[in-house]
Design a protein around this ligand. Structure first.
Ligand code: ZN
Length: 226
């Protein structure tokens, strides 16, 4: 059982049940919307809560990380998804867009806490999420069941078996930053000189990127456990 000490507690639909397998992993999603409140309204309607929602201002915790969340599809047969010790984070933003920097810094801090609390290794076992291509799904995601079932680490929704969504589509720089950033107890970044941290903080997205209309994953919250 674990509550993040620097998260705002905001229970919505409650846990989906106990985990039935492991090892612990972190699953990254994007909300496919522009605000934490809109995402939380959608979870309430669809009973599709993750453990956490993160925007540039706050980290909200909806479910204790010791119990299953609801933001993944799970088929009757095959492997477990929500119940496979998957700690799920919804990042406010779009798979098809550059993520907000303040938000991603908070996501990285939260990941360090989850890794510590549940012994999650700081790796992408199925590779980093594939970045969006012209604001849309690049395809070719590694959704291998064996890796998911047996390996702790970080996964995108795009890597989860029995699921079709392609979020969070972090860029290579975003994926590297989320794993590399270190923080002190107050949440201040402590390794700005780390190559992956520095590269991400120094990067300015080209203006052309903003012009691309993202392909929004419209059914993103239709995946919750009933
Ligand atoms: Zn997702």
């Amino acid at each position: 059982m674990a509550s993040c000490p620097f998260a705002t507690q905001r229970p919505i639909s409650g846990p989906s049940g106990a985990y039935v397998g492991g090892p612990f992993k972190i699953v990254h999603h994007t909300t496919e919307g522009g605000s934490a409140q809109a995402a939380m309204d959608a979870y309430a309607a669809k009973k599709a809560d993750p453990h956490f929602t993160v925007d540039g201002a706050k980290i909200y915790q909806h479910i204790d990380t010791g119990l299953g969340a609801r933001a993944l599809r799970n088929a009757e047969r095959g492997v477990q998804t929500n119940h496979d010790s998957a700690v799920q984070i919804e990042v406010v933003g779009f798979a098809g867009k550059v993520k907000n920097r303040a938000t991603l810094i908070k996501v990285a801090r939260l990941c360090r806490w989850i890794e510590q609390a549940h012994g999650v290794p700081r790796v992408w076992p199925s590779g980093p999420p594939k970045p969006a291509k012209n604001g849309g799904d690049s395809g070719g995601h590694n959704r291998g069941m064996a890796t998911w079932d047996a390996t702790g680490g970080h996964y995108g929704h795009c890597h989860v078996p029995e699921n079709t969504h392609w979020d969070p589509a972090y860029s290579a720089m975003e994926s590297a930053f989320v794993l590399a950033a270190e923080f002190d107890a107050a949440g201040v970044l402590t390794n700005r000189d780390h190559p992956a941290v520095k590269a991400y903080l120094d990067y300015t997205p080209p203006p052309g990127l903003k012009a691309v209309k993202p392909q929004v994953i419209t059914d993103h919250f239709d995946v919750g456990e009933s």
